[in-house]
Design a protein around this ligand. Structure first.
Ligand SMILES: [Zn+2]
Length: 297
């Protein structure tokens, strides 16, 4: 884990898994954009910040996923950071029961055991349609990029560097992810096309890279996801149930399902692909003796 300079006062923390951008307000205080997975007992982001003599005064949140909000609560407690989130994400992370409502495929105790790092009290709400956040007189532009998550955002630092979080994956990550998570493919596609029409000097992706031009990467991301949706469409046989489709999907995509968390994640991700096939009228569902079954059109 190390620090990397991007442009002006914009930097990144580089971990094995992700890239966490931050903006230096002065020599010590920084605005962090997301906080990664919760630190392990030894080492991690908090240790690196301490060694670098940096204090997180503000946290801007792109979306409430476990690998983006894992150190929010500890940074609030130890650095006094003020947390900014959308109304939706503030509600989701506000209590274990709200979190359970969001991750409705998981039981309450499962949430308490596996997702408690997501719990955090928000200090400042980011409202729908809000254009920017002003911190100490500096403007951080807000990019509305829904689809991967319900209110997925990006932020542009005062240096003009765009952090687009999980809107796009780098080529390397695209090849390694078996089933990308997308809450709504239609909205995600609109966001991917929108970002193509922007021109920032650099784009930071949480997983895991920086580039100065994103057109070809957007195209590649769209192609890979369309291919994976097509895999589901191709293996779907008439009158399959959701459980049968998920089980087949896990096999087809080679998903590791040795833990409850991985299995739940695979279930949610395959189901969203199926929802896209329903929404685009390539598949219909019928109720039969109390069981929902899916039929290709
Ligand atoms: Zn995410």
């Amino acid at each position: 884990m190390y620090l990397e300079h991007v442009k002006g006062d914009t930097w990144c923390i580089i971990t094995d898994f992700c890239r966490i951008p931050f903006y230096k307000l002065d020599k010590k205080n920084i605005v962090m954009m997301d906080t990664g997975l919760r630190d392990p007992m030894d080492g991690g982001i908090l240790d690196l910040l301490k060694k670098s003599d940096l204090k997180v005064s503000h946290i801007l949140t792109t979306h409430a996923h476990i690998d983006h909000v894992g150190n929010h609560a500890i940074l609030k407690k130890e650095h006094g950071a003020r947390v900014y989130m959308t109304l939706f994400d503030a509600a989701v992370t506000g209590s274990p029961l709200c979190l359970k409502s969001y991750m409705y495929g998981s039981s309450y105790k499962f949430i308490l055991e596996h997702a408690d790092s997501m719990l955090c009290k928000t200090d400042e709400l980011i409202l729908q349609g809000q254009k920017n956040i002003i911190i100490e007189g500096l403007s951080f532009e807000i990019l509305n990029l829904p689809g991967h998550a319900p209110e997925h955002l990006g932020f542009v630092t005062p240096d003009g560097v765009a952090y687009i979080a999980d809107l796009l994956m780098t080529e390397h990550v695209l090849r390694s992810v078996r089933i990308p998570h997308i809450t709504c493919w239609e909205e995600d596609l609109k966001s991917k096309r929108y970002i193509c029409n922007t021109q920032y000097p650099a784009y930071i992706m949480a997983h895991n890279g920086i580039c100065d031009s994103i057109d070809s990467l957007v195209k590649e991301n769209i192609e890979v996801i369309e291919e994976k949706i097509k895999v589901v469409e191709d293996f779907l046989c008439d009158y399959m149930t959701m459980d049968e489709i998920v089980a087949r999907g896990i096999k087809e995509f080679g998903v590791k399902n040795d833990t409850g968390w991985k299995l739940n994640t695979a279930y949610v991700n395959i189901r969203t692909f199926l929802e896209h096939l329903l929404d685009s009228k390539r598949v219909i569902n019928v109720a039969e003796n109390g069981v929902t079954r899916y039929i290709k059109i």
